[in-house]
Design a protein around this ligand. Sequence first.
Ligand SMILES: O=C(O)CCC(=O)C(=O)O
Ligand SMILES: [Fe+2]
Length: 244
Amino acid sequence: MLTDKQIDSFKDDGFLILENAIDQDLLSSWQTEFWYALGAKFEDDQTWPRDQTFISRWRFTPPYPNISTIPVVQSAAHDLGGDNFFGGGGAPIIKWPSPNAEWSIPMSSHIDGYGGPAQHPAGGLTLGATMYLHDVEEKGGGFIYRPGTHLNVHRYFRQHPEHIDGSFLDADDWNHTKFSHGSKPVEFVAAAGTVLLWHGFLSHNGSTNVKSSPRIGIFGRWHYTKLQEMRYDILDDLWKHWSI
Ligand SMILES: O=C(O)CCC(=O)C(=O)O
Ligand SMILES: [Fe+2]
C-alpha cells in the first residue's frame, strides 16, 4: 500500500520511486533472458549488438511478462488508478556506452502518448514506469524527468482542451518549453530493480551514456480503460479518474 505521504508527493511532483521493487531472483532471470535474446553477454562489449537500441513487442516469460505485473508495481498502480487504469509493457530501450561522447543534460523533453516512440493512445496515457536491468550511474544514459511538469501540461490543456488529442504538436507557437517551463531536470540514477513511476503528463527525455555499462531501460505504460471518455474529462480535475 502506498502511504499518504507517497501519494501526496506523487500528486505534487508527478513521480514516485519504489526501491527494490523487483525480487532479486526475478531480476536475475530477466537479465539472463534479455541477454540471451540479444545473443550477447553483458560482460563482453565485443558481443554487444550496438545497432539494436529498441526492442518492439518485447515480453519476458510469464507470469511476469512486463513491469506492470511485478507485484509491488501492480499494487502501486492500483492504489493510484484502481480499475480505471489498464497497464502493459513497453519496448526496452538500450543506451549503449559512448565513452567519447560529450555529456550534457538534454534541453528538450517530451510527454509520451502522442505518437513518437511510445505510440500510446493520444491523451489517454496515465502512468509510466521506468527501471533498469543493471545499475545506472550518473551520465550512464539515465532517464531524465522534470518534477512538477505534469501540472504545467494540465494547465496547458485547460487552456487548449482541443489539443488533448495531440494536435498541440502542430500548433504554430508550440515548443517543448511550454511544458517544461520553470522545471529542473533530474537524472534517474538508480540500482537495477528500482522503479520510477511517473505521471503520464510528466516531461522527460533520454540521455547519452558516457559510462562503460549498457543502460537497459525497461518501461511500462498505463492508459485509461475508458479512453475516449476519460482523456478529455480532466479539465476541472486532473485526478478525476484516479483513486487518489
Ligand atoms: O530511454 C529513455 O530513457 C527515455 C525514452 C523515452 O522517453 C521514450 O521512449 O518515450
Ligand atoms: Fe518518453
